[in-house]
Ligand binder design. Structure first.
Ligand code: F0G
Length: 457
């Protein structure tokens, strides 16, 4: 018999998790004002809220923690990270930040001003938030195929080159840069092909624009290029990574994802001038340029994580586990974005609960039902997250209304994935009994999903 696929790691340390009852969960979710961000972690059995900062570090990363240099300026940990960024990603200049959105804040303080337009492929919510906070506008140029969850396109994260050129033709002088998010989180953890990255580069060169990569899950993107884009199948993940970033001028990184650390981020740059301009804001918002919000030990673990996170088997273990969850859900009839994403399975809430009106926060309703069913916490990527239009203050209804089940790296077993699939399968079996959704009681003026208070209709 052919030997089955199995993970290339074993577990050295475990953490107890509490399995609650349905009655407890009904009470807790009510107390949390039907906002899953308000739950205490002990009230959650399998936590798929995010894959950000929730991964398990390796023994080698933990060893690196012990070697951290906590000097304020010029720490050896800074140089260790600088070398890893140069060798693995190819950037000469970098600034450490405490996480990804801090990198956006520092970079956009230099590059974005009022009235600007930033085209890209489904900007992540903090990216969009930092653009809109500066009274600029984000325009989504993702290919249309991304918005049909039944269509099996291998690179649903791609930028639509015609849409991008249209924005540049109409607003050329207002565009400070083009941003490409790899992988495209909002569209379902979907990859961008290397060919598409090269096409974006060519358009940027034609119009004299900078290209920025939002790189939180760049290694997962490289894995999909290797396994789906035939021309690059023979290259290693590290070689593909270099090829991808060769088409960018700047990168922002949330290290909490593909670099498998619990906290951290950075900006990678080629231009010394940009580095100097950004340094001013880094010092003001984050810390001196050789630590920027990170401890020395965290910079060490991050340098090690960048190396491990760009190894084929590490990515294969991770992406295969997400696919395992996806296949189980499909078996139970649950409608999901296909192909499966790199970091998460995205459940299509409109297809799951087609009888609920879009004004009733359909994906949030589904997230609450899944929590009540099995103590599983996912996250809404739908109307709550899309927020209100800054001008009209009306709800923006996104093309996709999704419940994201993000899988932390090396944290849960496939047994947990089976459990999650059965819980959601049970909700699917009783979907017709869910006859109404949610209404908002209280919300913040921006990024409301974190703190919103809701009630049943
Ligand atoms: N860009 C992308 C594509 C992201 O997914 C995130 C975070 C960020 C930027 C911001 O990074 O959290 O370190 O400040 N995504 C998390 C998630 C929160 O759950 O998808 P951060």
């Amino acid at each position: 018999m052919e030997l089955p696929y199995a993970e290339s790691f074993k577990i050295k340390m475990v953490e107890h998790i509490h399995r609650s009852t349905k009655e407890e969960r009904l009470q807790w979710i009510k107390e949390a004002k039907y906002n899953l961000f308000n739950l205490r972690s002990e009230q959650v059995f399998v936590d798929l809220l995010t894959d950000s900062g929730t991964g398990a570090m390796s023994d080698r990363q933990w060893s690196e923690m012990m070697l951290g240099d906590e000097s304020y300026a010029g720490a050896s940990s800074y140089f260790k990270l600088k070398n890893a960024i140069k060798n693995i990603l190819g950037f000469d200049y970098f600034l450490p930040t405490h996480q990804g959105r801090a990198a956006e804040n520092v970079l956009f303080s230099v590059l974005v001003k009022e009235g600007d337009i930033v085209p890209g492929n489904s900007h992540f919510d903090t990216t969009k938030g930092h653009i809109e906070f500066r009274k600029a506008r984000a325009i989504d140029c993702t290919i249309d195929e991304a918005f049909d969850t039944t269509l099996k396109h291998p690179f649903k994260g791609n930028v639509d080159i015609d849409k991008l050129e249209k924005v540049l033709k109409e607003h050329n002088d207002k565009v400070p840069f083009i941003i490409v998010t790899i992988t495209n989180n909002t569209a379902g953890g979907q990859p961008v092909s290397l060919q598409n990255l090269r096409e974006v580069r060519a358009v940027a060169d034609k119009y004299g624009k900078i290209v920025v990569y939002d790189s939180a899950r760049f290694a997962e993107n490289a894995y999909f290029i290797k396994t789906r884009e035939e021309a690059f199948a023979q290259l290693s993940i590290k070689e593909i990574t270099k090829e991808m970033f060769a088409n960018a001028d700047v990168m922002t990184m949330s290290s909490k994802k593909d670099a498998i650390v619990n906290m951290g981020g950075f900006i990678g740059m080629r231009s010394e001038k940009l580095f100097q301009e950004a340094s001013v804001f880094n010092i003001m918002f984050e810390g001196f340029i050789t630590y920027g919000g990170m401890s020395g030990r965290d910079m060490n673990a991050l340098a090690q994580g960048l190396d491990e996170g760009t190894e084929f088997v590490v990515l294969q273990n991770r992406i295969e586990q997400v696919a395992y969850l996806g296949r189980k859900l499909v078996e139970y009839g649950v409608p999901v974005q296909e192909p499966f994403g790199g970091h998460a399975i995205f459940v299509d809430a409109k297809r799951f609960l087609p009888h609920l009106p879009k004004e009733e926060y359909v994906a949030q309703t589904l997230a609450i039902e899944l929590y009540i069913e099995g103590g599983v916490r996912g996250v809404e990527i739908g109307t709550l997250l899309a927020d209100r239009d800054p001008e009209t203050r009306k709800d923006r209804f996104p093309k996709l209304e999704l419940l994201r089940l993000a899988v932390p790296r090396r944290t849960y077993t496939n047994n947990h994935m089976e459990y999650v699939a059965v819980a959601l399968g049970n909700v699917y079996a009783r979907r017709k009994s869910i006859t109404s959704g949610m209404k908002i009681l209280k919300e913040a003026p921006i990024m409301r999903h974190f703190t919103v208070e809701l009630d049943r209709i």
